[in-house]
Design a protein around this ligand. Sequence first.
Ligand code: NAD
Ligand code: ZN
Length: 247
Amino acid sequence: MSSPLEDAAHAVAHGRCVIASTGAGISAESGIPTFRGDSGIWKKYPPEKFATIQAYLANPLEVWGFWVEIGREMAACKPNAAHVAIAEMESQKHLHAVVTQNVDSLHQTAGSQRVIEYHGNVRRLVCTRCRHQEPVDLTNPPKLPPHCPCGIVMRPDIVMFGEYIPEGPMHEAAALAEKCDVMIIVGTSAQVYPAADLPFIAKQHGAFIIESNIEETDFTSEITDAFLCGAAGETLPSLAKRVRELS
Ligand code: NAD
Ligand code: ZN
């Protein structure tokens, strides 16, 4: 009998190139809150004051402190069953890559090998002038934002509001969206562009769209073929299990 889970599992099991595209919702069950909505972090810390490069340059101490705190909270969290299911599907050659909007490294910690970080990573610093990158130890972060060997102040390597996506991840993600024949969207609200374009690009190129979310989004009625309603920590392990049975 056909059901969204059964349709999704068949699509993944027989897919030629399966991509996952994940947002903040996949990490919610790891204890990292999503940023939007009434209890989201942007209600307390307005993004124009804490998540723009202008704010960082004007007020580096306060904005550095904010990102260090967010990074410390993320670093204390562990991958959940949804991250593990994605890593498992990749290790069993059913999944080609993950494009994530998250900056928390939880896919990598869960064992995913090919992770395209669309919005950067809070555990890394980058120089705005020479692009030199350095890891930051979030268990013992420097009190002040460090300086690059080239002399200017480094910043968290995350895409802030109003900034472009770095060229490498942007092109890689767009190429994967065009190439894939199945895309699994997990825990993303369809509100953050250009990340929200990726499922539409995949659909235009004929991909089967699986969506995991606790509620419907703008993707659901427009492009989703199989909607897995519920917490990703439950629906993705069920998907991975059924894919295993079918292979
Ligand atoms: P969002 O906060 O706008 O939307 C999150 C989506 O996840 C919502 O649609 C919500 O219904 C869904 N969701 C919540 N709990 C879920 C669960 N248990 N299972 C499945 N779905 C669930 O997130 P977004 O669209 O990713 O945009 C916010 C941006 O902020 C992201 O692009 C990301 O860069 C950044 N962000 C990152 C992190 C992180 O790294 N963990 C956390 C918050 C925000
Ligand atoms: Zn530099």
